[in-house]
Design a protein around this ligand. Structure first.
Ligand code: SF4
Length: 182
């Protein structure tokens, strides 16, 4: 049964701070850091299920996930959002994710909590099912580099054009099985 009480909201108040990306200094790349007035630890296993978290450590209450092009990292009293273009974009993104997290918390009785992070596929198993010609058509310097990008969710199978050939039907099926999000 979903809960209706507005005072039950997970996040009722926060302070937003803009930070320049440490990875891309000088490139006008920003992240937004929300200092949360409430501790959100209890909600994280439910958010991990709903947002299909990339990483979750229940012991230290840390969750990372993606929605579209944005990455989110949540700790008990902190929520980081990246990338954001400017303060207005950050404020919109903050309002949106806070509303989503509040819905997750309100509906927690309907959600099966997940206490583990996502397991990544084996790198060598991915590599073995690629053509292994290092042709570079995927934009990576080698098939191993492409396998690593697949494992991290930074590449899609279709970027390897040679896999479309009839000789690769079986490896392609294995790759799809290894990467259920494809
Ligand atoms: S396009 Fe495919 S075969 Fe070529 S380097 Fe990339 S992964 Fe390897």
């Amino acid at each position: 049964m979903a809960r209706e009480n507005a005072s039950d909201a997970l996040i009722r108040d926060y302070v937003l701070e803009m930070r320049e990306s440490k990875c891309r200094p000088g490139e006008n790349a920003w992240s937004a850091v929300l200092s949360l007035a409430q501790d959100v630890s209890e909600a994280l296993p439910y958010a991990n299920r709903v947002f299909d978290g990339d990483f979750y450590d229940h012991a230290v209450h840390t969750l990372t996930f993606r929605v579209g092009e944005r990455h989110y990292a949540v700790r008990p009293r902190e929520l980081c959002i990246a990338p954001v273009e400017n303060r207005a974009d950050a404020e919109n993104a903050a309002r949106d994710i806070v509303a989503r997290l509040n819905v997750v918390w309100k509906d927690r009785d309907l959600i099966e909590p997940r206490f583990e992070g996502k397991t990544k596929p084996d790198l060598i198993a991915l590599y073995r099912n690629l053509p292994r010609t290092n042709c570079g058509r995927c934009g990576r310097p080698s098939c191993m580099a492409f396998a690593a990008a697949l494992r991290e969710g930074k590449a899609r199978i279709h970027e390897c054009a040679p896999l479309d050939g009839p000789d690769f039907a079986e490896p392609m099926a294995k790759l799809v099985a290894l990467l259920p999000d494809e």
